[in-house]
Design a protein around this ligand. Structure first.
Ligand code: NAD
Length: 506
């Protein structure tokens, strides 16, 4: 680990940047670095590995195995072999395993949070919040496992009895992104296991470590060999194509960008696979003149700067009624100017690094484009001159309609304000995107709030709140934001298939 090393409290080695070097080294040494196949950790078949970086300074923190196509197939073999026993394991037993997994993840919250901050960059407090959120999927689906039910009744003609039952779809391939390394994994693994499915997980190669540690905790909790397999790899395309193209696979669940989601849907068409797609977003955040401004500003800070703006649910366009656009801009700018930038492990840091230099370059390009078209820069607006992938928290006002960042996901700490004059215009601007994941509305009028909820073309809406994610709720988007729902009572049905049986009139 790079940095200026000194002695901290208790004589332990501490980096100037807030890293407890000996604690991090000890934790990193305990994280598995292999592929999990059939309950065993092992190297890639050709011995290849790839480095995982700390985005706060670019240093390599660990090498992990890089799966070959052959390894991907071996992981699927293991999932196929384990399916028959796991799918017939009583739901209550599957629930107990998931509940023990929840307990272990909570017990190891400090380790998981630190690991996430080291490989992904978000401030430690946010990593802790993600552990709480991500663990909740294990508890929620432990409870749901025992509640899957069918239906029995006479058919309308009175000539027979209809029985409707639910069955696990089979072995699943789960692909997760780097921005929420823990929650995106548990949000897929928990409902799959609850339904009786077995899985091959492919975490993002930028952030594999948290998923690897979670997988070890699942084994410790009693998940049988082969039920959860993990393939880390930089040979993502070929490995995924082989797994998705294998006729034994029955389901693909993907969270990531819309372009990759489209490609995977095309591949999944070959096997007519069940698919769940959690894709990109371009969330509008609408503030009306009858909003409570303090509530709206708090909501804006949460909706924009959580995860350093790298969330599919991040508010991308702040549509603010013209009468309070200036005051809103002044208040958010005051808050943003007080943010502290640094390594996420450092006390008081609110803005960590972006995931890599490519991400910084993209944010830089989008901000420069908006400013060149006439947007007013109120704070930030440039890279932070220091090692690592940092971009300053930024506020832009009067963003013109042709700015690229109104159409594309910014995926960075940039709050872009567009004024509007009336409700119809707000609706038109909010819906003027190919995405439809989430929207946020701030108003004190119940009638207006209800009208907006009905008129906004998004799978989720936050009414006077800036964060909507909840394990108990159906998370998912409309339009190009995806297919299917994760969490809630709906989440388990992504991993179940229906059978109808007609029995003769008794
Ligand atoms: P990405 O699409 O680049 O990668 C996501 C995952 O897909 C990674 O594991 C990556 O290794 C893998 N992948 C990349 N190319 C692949 C290919 N050709 N075949 C198979 N797998 C491939 O996305 P990202 O940059 O990791 O994540 C950011 C994106 O994810 C944003 O668009 C964000 O909105 C979206 N996201 C959506 C949700 C949601 O729930 N809707 C949640 C988090 C992130």
């Amino acid at each position: 680990l790079a940095g200026t090393v000194g002695r901290g409290a208790g004589g332990r080695l501490v980096m100037a940047e807030g890293a407890d070097v000996s604690r991090e080294a000890d934790l990193l040494a305990r994280v598995p670095d292999g592929l999990l196949v059939g309950g065993r950790w092992r190297a890639a078949s050709d011995g290849a590995t790839f480095p995982v970086h700390d985005p706060s300074d670019g240093s390599v923190v660990k090498q992990v195995a890089s799966a070959t196509v052959e390894d991907g197939r071996a992981a699927l073999d293991a999932a196929v072999d384990a399916f028959s026993a796991w799918s017939r394991t009583p739901a209550r037993e599957r629930a107990e395993v998931l509940r023990r997994s929840f307990d272990l993840v909570v017990e190891h919250a400090d380790d998981l949070a630190l690991l996430m901050t080291v490989e992904m960059g978000k401030p430690l407090a946010e990593s802790r919040a993600e552990v709480t959120y991500g663990a909740e999927f294990l508890r929620w689906f432990a409870e749901e496992a025992a509640h899957v039910q069918g239906r029995y009744g006479a058919n309308p003609q009175g000539t027979g009895r209809m029985v409707v039952t639910q069955h696990p779809v089979g072995p699943c391939y789960l692909i997760t992104p780097w921005n929420f390394p823990l929650a995106m994994a548990t949000r897929k693994i928990a409902p799959a296991l609850a339904a009786g499915c077995t899985v091959v997980v492919k975490p993002a190669s930028l952030t594999p470590l948290t998923t690897l540690l979670v997988a070890q905790l699942l084994l410790d909790a009693g998940v049988p060999a082969g039920v959860v397999n993990v393939v880390t790899t930089t040979r993502t395309g070929p490995v995924s194509e082989a797994v998705i193209g294998d006729p034994r696979l029955r389901k693909l669940s993907f969270t990531g960008s819309t372009p990759v989601g489209r490609q995977l849907l095309a591949q999944a068409a070959g096997g007519v696979l069940r698919t769940s797609m959690e894709l990109g977003g371009n969330a509008p955040f609408v503030v009306f003149d009858d909003a409570d401004l303090g509530t709206a500003v708090d909501g804006a800070i949460a909706a924009k700067f959580r995860n350093i703006g790298q969330a599919c649910t991040a508010a991308n366009r702040f549509l603010v009624h013209r009468s309070l656009a200036d005051e809103f801009a002044r208040r958010v700018t005051e808050r943003v100017a007080a943010f502290r930038t640094g390594r996420g492990t450092q006390e008081g840091v609110t803005i960590g690094p972006l995931i890599d230099d490519r991400a910084v370059a993209k944010v830089e390009e989008l901000v420069d484009d908006a400013v060149s078209r006439g947007a007013r820069l109120l704070t930030g607006g440039s890279r932070v001159e220091r090692p690592g992938s940092f971009y300053a928290a930024t506020v832009l006002a009067d963003v013109p309609p042709d700015a690229a960042l109104l159409r594309e996901e910014i995926f960075g700490p940039v709050l872009a304000i567009v004024p509007f004059d009336d409700e119809d215009e707000a609706v038109r601007l909010a819906n003027d995107t190919e995405y439809g994941l989430v929207s946020y509305v701030f108003t004190e009028s119940l009638a207006r709030g209800q009208r907006m909820v009905e008129r906004l073309e998004t799978g989720m809406t936050g009414l006077n709140v800036g964060v909507v994610s909840d394990a108990a709720a159906p998370f998912g988007g409309w339009k190009l934001s995806g297919l299917g729902r994760e969490g809630g009572a709906e989440g388990i049905h992504e991993y179940l298939q229906t059978k109808y049986t007609l029995t003769a009139d008794p």
